[in-house]
Design a protein around this ligand. Structure first.
Ligand code: SAH
Length: 214
């Protein structure tokens, strides 16, 4: 296992400051950034860059999201301790770790087998315990575990998948970047069985949410 040193910890405090200066106010989210050893979620060749506020490549042509993006989405999600949270796109597991730090019961889906296997092993090694990591198609959600208080999609979705809408509790919140080349961060609040209130935030850029072709 690679190390987490005082130097890394110092860099994380600086990263949290950068993210705060960009407008993130939620102390619990900032605390998670201060605590989680992001460099260990990345390939050792990128380790020196781990505390820059940037996305970086991970395995299978995917990326670990930019810390500001992770913080923004998580802040909009408004996670409470004990919430059932569904994440689409486990990737490196960094966002999963943030949700665990907030005390959520985390369910996460990844469609790349290599990432699924590696992240599952890594998260348990480092001591994070999401409730369930699934290998499968995020478009379908996890009907067996629904409904969820919160749903977070961490890849660019060409449209909002209906199964995810139906797996959201009434009173629940879903944060999803919607669009093809760039995405509009979108919050959907479920008001009733049939009504969803939509709020749109700024533009972001994600790797695409891919259809399941396995
Ligand atoms: N939350 C991740 C972000 C990874 S990037 C992190 O913090 O590192 C988005 C991830 O979504 C990639 O790992 C990609 O493989 C995954 N993905 C893409 N389409 C998917 C789908 N249909 N179902 C589940 N995961 C998907």
């Amino acid at each position: 296992m690679r190390k987490d040193t005082l130097k890394h910890q110092g860099k994380r405090l600086q990263l949290a400051k950068v993210v705060e200066d960009k407008g993130i106010r939620d102390e619990k989210v900032l605390d998670a950034i201060k605590k989680i050893p992001r460099h260990l979620f990345m390939d050792s060749s990128f380790e020196d860059h781990a505390y820059q506020d940037k996305a970086f490549p991970i395995a299978a042509d995917q990326t670990i999201s930019q810390p500001y993006t992770v913080a923004f989405q998580t802040e909009v999600l408004q996670v409470k301790k004990g919430d059932m949270v569904l994440e689409i796109g486990t990737g490196s597991g960094y966002q999963t770790a943030v949700l665990c730090e907030l005390g959520a019961k985390v369910y996460s889906i990844e469609r790349q087998l290599e990432l699924f296997k590696r992240t599952k092993l890594f998260l348990s090694k480092i001591g994070y315990r999401p409730r369930y990591l699934a290998f499968g198609d995020g478009y379908k959600g996890l009907p067996d575990y629904a409904p969820f208080d919160r749903i977070i999609v961490t890849a660019g979705a060409p449209f909002v998948p209906n199964p995810l809408l139906s797996q959201l509790k009434i009173g629940g919140r879903m944060v999803i970047p919607v669009g093809k080349d760039t995405q509009i961060m979108t919050l959907l609040e479920r008001k009733s069985e049939t009504e969803f209130e939509k709020t749109e935030f700024g533009n972001f850029r994600f790797v695409p949410l891919l259809e399941d072709r396995n």
